[in-house]
Structures are given as C-alpha cells and as structure tokens.
Design a protein around this ligand. Sequence first.
Ligand SMILES: C[S@@+](CC[C@H](N)C(=O)[O-])C[C@H]1O[C@@H](n2cnc3c(N)ncnc32)[C@H](O)[C@@H]1O
Length: 248
Amino acid sequence: MIRLPRLRRRRTTVGQSHSVRDYQALVRAKLKSLPDNPALALAQAIGAPTMEDFMSIGDGHVAVLRHRGLLDGMTVYDLGCGCGRTAQALVRHGWQGHYTGADVVQELIDELARQCPGYDVLLNVTPRIVAPDASLDMVFHWSVFTHFYPGESYLYTADAFRALKPGGKMIFSFLELEDVEHDRVWNANLDHLRAANRAEHLDAFLHRDWIRRFVRDAGFAEPRFTDGQDGRDHPPFWQSLAVLEKPA
Ligand SMILES: C[S@@+](CC[C@H](N)C(=O)[O-])C[C@H]1O[C@@H](n2cnc3c(N)ncnc32)[C@H](O)[C@@H]1O
C-alpha cells in the first residue's frame, strides 16, 4: 500500500490579508506584554512608543487635516484608524462633525469607541471604504499604505474616489525611498532580510509616480505631494504626504 504523506492541519486564514494577520498578532502580543496598561500597549502597537508621542502625533494629524481644509460639519473616514490617535486628537481640538474610523483589529476600534463615544467605528477586512457613493468630505490615513502591497493601496484609492463627494479629498502619508528621512525603515527592512527574520509587519515604500498612476486610473485630479517636513503650516511630519482631490 502506498502511504500518502499526512497533511498537517493548519489554522485557516483564508480571506485574511497579510496586514490583517500581522496587526491582529501584534496587538495581541502587545496587550500580553503590558497587561496593566492596555492603552499604552495599543499605542505601541500602532507605532507610538509613549502616550506623550501618541498625543503629539495625533495633534500633528489634526493640524495637517485643518491645513488641508477640514471644517466642522464635515463627514470624514479614517482608514486604519487604530486605537484613535487622530480621533482622540480631533476630540481634544473640539472638532465637530461625523467621524467613522475603520480598522482590521477589534481591540483597536474598541479602544477608539471607548475614548470617543460620539464617533462611529467599524471592523472591515476588505479593501473597501465602507461608505455610500459620494458621501464623504475626506478620507485620510496615516501610516497605512506603509503596510500594503501597491495593489492594495490602489484598491483603497479607487474605492475612496467612489465614496468621496465631488470636491472631496483623500489625504495620506507614505514612505518613499527618495527621502533619506525614511532610510531607517529601509535599513530595518534590509536587516530583517539579511538575517532571514520575519518582520512584525510589512513596511512598504511607494513612489510618487506610482501614486500618480493610481490617481489617474481612479479619476482623481493631479496629486499634490510634500515631504511633510517644511513645518510652516503644521508640525513636521516624518512621512511624506499626498493630497488627492475628486474633481467637483
Ligand atoms: C501604523 S498603524 C497607524 C494607525 C493610525 N492610522 C494612526 O496613525 O494612528 C497602521 C494601522 O493600519 C491598520 N491596518 C492594517 N491592515 C489594514 C487593512 N488591510 N485595512 C485597514 N487598516 C489596516 C492596523 O490595524 C493599524 O491600526
């Protein structure tokens, strides 16, 4: 009799993208390592070493949004909202409007909901913006395309176009190899590869020309870019920034 090799049973992750698996695992590991301080554990999972950093980075997000046209009364969508670094800052700054935060980790959105009771949160693991057509004034996301393959970033961009009102904006941060400020992430990537280590999550770079291509295919007007650093209109932002506008 021919013996066939036994198939090992694996936990199924069908339908879950790499970033969903990685962030769910990272959040759970952080919560386990800091059982007495879940707020700090969640802040660290989304990249803020201390609560002071968590708050000052959130303040910077709000300054960029205000500079790019955020007004009271707007309807906004925070893709990859985490535990509410931006949402909590919007509350601190007294912004009034309709906020929805979407993420792939339940523990993160639960914390946002706890901290910002008037805001909507949703768990979504599909590459979509969960909002009706032409219903949003702004879609924003910080350090989210930095964890996606280019195709995933494109799908979210195209769906943001659908969900934005004419004249609405998508504002986001990204990493680019041309910026030496981003070298530490690039060098950390190389270290992981050299050591054949598995990184906690993908750290991805985009090129401005690729973003131009996404924007053209999705229907947005020509994007505006800054390196985030000039600091005149908002505190310096360590990632590059892109602003896309849906033609009115
Ligand atoms: C570096 S954190 C940034 C969090 C938040 N944008 C901020 O700046 O405070 C990246 C976030 O993206 C979320 N994320 C990962 N994969 C995602 C996906 N496929 N769709 C939406 N969010 C995702 C993570 O759970 C995490 O909250």
